[in-house]
Design a protein around this ligand. Structure first.
Ligand code: ATP
Ligand code: MG
Ligand code: MG
Ligand code: MG
Length: 565
């Protein structure tokens, strides 16, 4: 490919709206362009990367025995009403109506549609197990779309759904998916960890998330080299700050007489707006002791506030038992909380923190966005996980534990019969009896992988693509081509030879200064750069520089293909 036929859309300036490096580089290097909040166009260069991720995912899913299909992106409301999620999902669900005023949604996920298919198509245990997948556009009306394609509203997901007659069969497919995901992210050239995740409101017994390790990740994950790993999104990455010395406020909070949040708020003088007060803090009328209730909402900003700016709040939350939290989930309403925290506990951690927390909340920041439970209630699944501290032994005895930031790129779940029961997806078992099928689901954020790869692989000059994801393998840069027909011909011949040898080559045939050419190629991040000019031709060599190499070296022309392999 020649740049004259494949124009680059690089930018000199870093767009101001881009907070994280992957977003900045994807814009600057001309991979994506923003259309509107959370909506991005993939430019030709970007689409090549996306397709490479997709291809790896497809190959490994096929290898693991999954069957590709393609479901509609638009889904009828009736199915979501059957599962109960029309009500529960909240405002992340983009709802629409057709010309007959029938309700639809743009699919954020496809459990309902696939379960509907299976209940119609599959009658007998003999047709199971089956694992269907698709690679398709999803829409989630994220409350806070950000970081470009990392947390977009429209994005590309691989979602797979497996169906089984029994738990043993589900476990076998789940294990196969776990292995396939490990192969996928390894082939992508990414450093990742599979971690235990909360199964949350989706129910089911097992869930793992796959995280690409990167400091900019929104989640905190804990793992030991011995293999133990868990998502501890709520846990602070650093040790919690020491409890502040008791103040007058603390003494009074700990005394009887503060029986409601109104008392507390009045006493503390926290400037709380009605909205924030209602959503974040609530009193528990039934409790004997005064309780402060923290309402957790489907709210990423809230998560971020808790985890990053207010690690103190993670500690009391981790002290509240899972059962307590689960019990507090409004059944069917899709909202979380309240979680009761005894005032003294809160007091131990400083009401000053509470004041910050409340005032730090953005006034319009607490709309209900429905619940994505495994994220919005990010407590780890088992009690052991709550007290993980970096450097200590892991709960399984392996260790020491490390805590790192991660980007969730994949998620696998044993769903059990949540959807199949609600939608009556039954099969006849061996003895001829009707049986509800049991399900697993398996997602990969295909477009998010592109961003995660950059978060992990970049330097101050641009992207450093893992070889498997690069839009082109080789940047071919002729020097002085305008004046030298010899250089032009040599470059064209080398381009064709390398393409014939199976490499994708981007030949820069623009009439620009070498420095500008090199800067562009480094920015877009191609793994190998070859430079040819008159002098190199005289010497019978090619100048080679790997994207991460500190300097160029000379390779004999005759040895080049072997070297690149
Ligand atoms: P998150 O915790 O980041 O909101 P999720 O847990 O809601 O993700 P899942 O329902 O597990 O997401 O979906 C499967 C995969 O889809 C995720 O592991 C992630 O890689 C990807 N994904 C989810 N939401 C987005 C988004 N808004 N933009 C891009 N990719 C996404
Ligand atoms: Mg989510
Ligand atoms: Mg998540
Ligand atoms: Mg998830």
């Amino acid at each position: 490919m020649r740049v004259s036929q494949f124009p680059l859309n690089t930018l000199k300036e870093t767009p101001a709206e881009a907070e994280v490096v992957s977003h900045q580089l994807l814009l600057r290097a001309g991979y994506i362009r923003r259309l509107a909040s959370g909506l991005y166009t993939w430019l030709p260069l970007g689409l090549r990367v996306l397709r490479r991720v997709e291809q790896i995912v497809r190959e490994e899913m096929n290898r693991a025995g999954a069957l590709e299909l393609l479901m509609p992106a638009v889904q009828p409301a009736e199915l979501w009403q059957e599962s109960g999620r029309w009500e529960q999902y909240g405002s992340e669900l983009l709802r629409l109506q057709d010309r007959h005023q029938r309700d639809f949604c743009f699919g954020p996920t496809h459990e309902e549609v696939i379960t509907d298919l299976v209940r119609r198509e599959i009658r007998s245990y003999k047709q199971l197990p089956v694992n269907y997948y698709q690679i398709q556009t999803k829409f989630r009306d994220e409350r806070r779309p950000r970081f470009g394609i990392m947390r977009a509203r429209e994005f590309l997901m691989k979602d797979a759904y497996s169906f089984h007659v029994d738990a043993g069969s589900l476990q076998a497919t789940y294990d196969a998916m776990h292995a396939a995901y490990s192969r996928i992210f390894s082939r992508c050239g990414l450093e990742f960890r599979a971690v235990e995740a909360d199964t949350g409101s989706i129910g089911g017994s097992a869930s793992h998330e796959f995280h690409v390790l990167a400091d900019s990740g929104e989640d905190s994950i804990a793992f030991s080299e011995g293999g133990y790993a868990a998502n501890v999104e709520l846990a602070p990455t650093a040790a919690p700050p020491p409890a502040p010395a008791p103040s007058r406020a603390l003494e009074k909070v700990a005394t009887p007489g503060v029986h409601s949040i109104e008392d507390l708020v009045a006493f503390l003088g926290i400037p709380v707006t009605q909205t924030v007060k209602t959503l974040v803090l609530e009193a528990s009328a039934e409790a004997d002791a005064p309780l402060v209730a923290v309402l957790l909402r489907g709210d990423h900003e809230l998560n971020a506030v808790k985890a990053e700016k207010h690690p103190w709040i993670a500690t009391p939350l981790r002290m509240a038992g899972d059962a307590e939290i689960r019990a507090a989930i409004g059944a069917g309403t899709g909202s979380l909380g309240p979680v009761g925290l005894p005032l003294p506990v809160l007091a131990d951690h400083g009401v000053a923190g509470l004041a910050d927390f409340v005032t730090g909340a953005n006034a319009d920041g607490f709309h209900l966005t429905g619940v994505n439970w495994e994220r919005d209630l990010p407590l780890p699944a088992t009690a052991d996980l709550r007290n993980i501290t970096a450097g200590e032994a892991a709960p399984d005895g392996s260790g020491p534990m490390g805590i790192r930031r991660g980007i969730e790129v994949g998620h696998i779940f044993q769903l059990g019969d949540k959807y199949s029961r609600a939608l009556n997806a039954n099969v006849l078992d061996e003895s001829g009896r009707e049986r509800v099928v049991t399900m697993g689901c398996y997602g990969i954020g295909v477009s998010r992988v592109v961003a995660a790869a950059i978060e992990q692989n970049h330097d101050d000059r641009g992207i450093c693509w893992p070889a498997a994801l690069a839009p082109f393998d080789i940047a071919l840069c002729p020097i002085g081509a305008k004046k030298s027909q010899r250089v032009r011909e040599a470059a064209a011949a080398l381009h064709d030879e390398l393409e014939a040898a199976g490499f994708s080559v981007l030949l820069d045939d623009r009439d620009i200064r070498p420095g500008v050419m090199f800067a562009d190629m480094e920015l877009i991040g191609l793994p190998h750069r070859l430079v040819i000019g008159e002098r190199a031709l005289d010497e019978g060599v090619i100048e080679y520089q790997g994207r991460r190499d500190p300097e160029a070296s000379k390779i004999q022309r005759s040895q080049l293909v072997g070297f690149l392999r």
